[in-house]
Design a protein around this ligand. Structure first.
Ligand SMILES: [Zn+2]
Length: 202
């Protein structure tokens, strides 16, 4: 009887241990595993989409498992109300700033406030999840580095952040996206998940 109880206890420990390891591996996979994204790579060098001398952490990179499957987009963690700057010059193509809604559920997918800038080569810069009334430039030309809006948490989000992507065509097909290198205090780089990047002062 005692032996039987011991072996049951061992089995319990074994199953608990396996479940624990599987759970940890599952959670870690969201940080370290990513899906493949487009091979498109822009020759233009982008400015980080926030103010000079400030820094923000990338909380989801290209192909991230949370919401960037096959999507070449970057999420920068950013408190609501942080000034968002144009990463590249162009003309305001479209925007929305009426939404007050945001949250983790899929029903919020189309509730994000945003700005889309059309670059001179025909590609688009997309700035998502801006705060209510967070669009500061609604038409005309903007220069790289100019403040264009205020970040927020509208649309489908877990936490306040800025979602930025470059696209050749405005849809979510893998090759509509373009990867971009950014000018950072770490040099001109493709951005990696979990890394904090600072926009150089000069
Ligand atoms: Zn995103």
């Amino acid at each position: 009887m005692r032996l039987k109880r011991n072996s049951r206890f061992r089995l319990f420990l074994y199953i608990t241990g396996v479940l624990f390891i599987l759970t940890v591996a599952f959670v870690l996979s969201f940080f370290y595993i990513h899906t493949s994204v487009t091979r498109n790579l822009d020759t233009h060098i982008y400015e980080l989409p926030f103010q000079k001398g400030t820094q923000h952490r990338v909380v989801q990179g290209y192909g991230g498992l949370f919401s960037h499957q096959s999507v070449a987009a970057i999420d920068f963690a950013m408190p609501v109300g942080t000034p968002v700057c144009a990463a590249r010059g162009g003309v305001i193509y479209s925007y929305r700033d009426k939404s007050r809604e945001g949250g983790i559920w899929p029903r919020y997918t189309n509730r994000a406030n945003f700005i889309i800038i059309r670059h001179d080569d025909g590609s688009f810069g997309c700035y998502w999840h801006l705060q209510h009334k967070g669009v500061l430039v609604k038409s005309g030309r903007v220069e790289a580095g100019q403040v264009i809006g205020l970040s927020g948490a509208t649309g489908q989000v877990i936490r306040p952040h800025l979602h930025f992507s470059v696209k050749n065509t405005l849809n979510y097909k893998k090759d509509s996206f373009v990867r971009a290198k950014f000018n950072t205090t770490r040099g001109v780089v493709l951005l990696s998940n979990r890394v904090v990047y600072e926009r150089p002062v000069e």
